[in-house]
Every structure is written in structure tokens, then in C-alpha cells.
Design a protein around this ligand. Structure first.
Ligand code: PGA
Length: 249
């Protein structure tokens, strides 16, 4: 049985005070949720506020990115050990916005994933195709390439510790959710790639989350698909009641 992960990606939203009040309102709403792992990923500067407010709750905190080296002259970057040192447990790697606006490549995704694992962080590694790629029938080529370049080089032991998020770029922040069937098809493809590279057991136990306009009113249909093991939620994770409704689907 794969335990679902419901993760909120807050992107560049909320102040420290807003972060704390969110967690204080949200944690009691999901306190009885034993069926899933619950993760919130605020901005770097709001990690301490989130971690402080989530202490003694079942909500874990993650970062939205990480650098691949432990320390050095890399102005503006954040290392994996500095994240674990403050109690951060998860990290999103290779989000399409990082790929699109900040030059993230499969190679940097791979390096960041290894750095995160070395520091004991749980990586949520993102793959997903853009609209023109879907329309030209290239979804599997694109997601397969991202898997090969960003994930396939891990050892089996490393791979066992990551979570994958399939996020079709055309569904992010657009209100256009992939239907449960469309999402499921790509999840099945990614799981097939995992099976080829890491074997049936690894494929059977890897959690693949769906992301892209997940809302309280579509989470049930998505989670009804055996291939979908949770969600990476942007906009709808910014409101406590809305994200709690998603967690308690
Ligand atoms: P969205 O974002 O739920 O606002 O579409 C999802 C994501 O980018 O992770």
C-alpha cells in the first residue's frame, strides 16, 4: 500500500505571520488524518515560522528548491544541510516554474536530488510536459526524458526515498486539471519507466503525485485512480479550509 502524500506548494506567497496563522488554523483541521503524509512548502524565509508552528502536529514542512553543494561561494543559494538543520523534512525539486524561469535542467535536478538525499531530505521530483508538447503527442518523450536525465541515475537505494510529482505544465495555475484518466495514463507511463530502470518492486512502491489545478472539488476523482498517490497543490493550498478539504478527501 502506498501512503498518499498531500503537499502544498505555496510558491512566492505569504509573510511569516501569515504562514504561522495558516498553520495554526490548518493543523487542527487535519489532526486526525492518518491516511496521508501532509506537507507544506513555504518560501525559504518562512520555513522557521512554519516549522515552529507545525511542531507537535502531523504537518511536515518542505522547501521549494535547494542547491546541490553543501557550502561555498554561491551567493543567494541554500544548501540541503542548512535545511535539515532547521527541521525542514522535504524539498520540491525541478518544479516547472524553476525549469521555465530559472534555468533548471535535468542535470541540475539530478544533482539537487542527490544533495537532498545526502542531507536526509525527502525530495519531491517534478516532471511534466508543456501544452505544445502534449498537443504534438510528445508527453511521453518529454516525461521519459526528464525521468532519464533527472532520476534514472540514482541508485535503487536513493530512488526508494524519492517521491515523483507529475505536473502537466498546461494544468498549473490555469484551472485546467488533467482529467483523472489523462493523469493516470501518464502516471502509468512513468511507473513503467521506473519498472524498466529500477524493477517491479520499486515501481510498485514509488509514490507518484499529480499536480495542476487540484482543488477540493476534483481531489476525490483524482485519488480514486489507483495510479495517483497524492497531490502537489498550488493555489488551493493557500487557504486552510481548502487545503484541509483536499487532505481529508
Ligand atoms: P496549481 O499549482 O495547483 O496552482 O495549479 C500546482 C503546482 O505548481 O505545484
Amino acid at each position: 500500500m502506498r501512503k498518499p502524500v498531500l503537499a502544498g506548494n505555496w510558491k512566492m506567497h505569504k509573510t511569516a505571520a501569515e504562514t504561522s496563522s495558516f498553520v495554526e488554523a490548518f493543523a487542527p483541521m487535519v489532526a486526525h488524518a492518518k491516511h496521508a503524509e501532509i506537507v507544506i512548502c513555504p518560501t525559504f524565509v518562512n520555513l522557521p515560522a512554519a516549522i515552529g508552528s507545525a511542531r507537535s502536529t502531523n504537518v511536515e514542512i518542505g522547501a521549494q528548491d535547494v542547491f546541490w553543494l553543501k557550502e561555498g561561494a554561491y551567493t543567494g543559494e541554500i544548501s540541503a544541510p542548512s535545511l535539515t538543520a532547521i527541521g525542514c523534512r522535504w524539498v520540491i525539486i525541478g518544479h516547472s516554474e524553476r525549469r521555465q524561469y530559472f534555468g533548471e535542467t535535468d542535470e541540475t535536478v539530478f544533482k539537487k536530488t542527490i544533495a537532498a538525499l545526502d542531507a536526509g531530505l525527502k525530495p519531491i521530483v517534478c516532471v511534466g510536459e508543456r501544452l505544445e508538447e502534449r498537443e504534438s503527442g510528445a508527453t511521453e518523450t518529454v516525461c521519459g526524458g526528464q525521468f532519464t536525465g533527472g532520476i534514472a541515475g540514482l541508485t535503487l537505494e536513493q530512488f526508494a526515498k524519492i517521491v515523483i510529482a507529475y505536473e502537466p505544465v498546461w494544468a498549473i495555475g490555469t484551472g485546467k486539471t488533467a482529467t483523472p484518466e489523462i493523469a493516470s495514463d501518464t502516471h502509468r507511463f512513468v511507473r513503467g519507466e521506473i519498472r524498466k530502470r529500477f524493477g517491479a518492486e520499486a515501481a510498485g512502491s514509488c509514490r507518484i503525485l499529480y499536480g495542476g489545478s487540484v482543488k477540493p472539488d476534483n481531489i476525490k476523482g483524482l485519488m480514486a485512480q489507483p495510479e495517483i498517490d497524492g497531490a502537489l497543490v498550488g493555489g488551493a493550498s493557500l487557504d486552510p479550509a481548502s487545503f484541509a478539504a483536499i487532505v481529508n478527501f
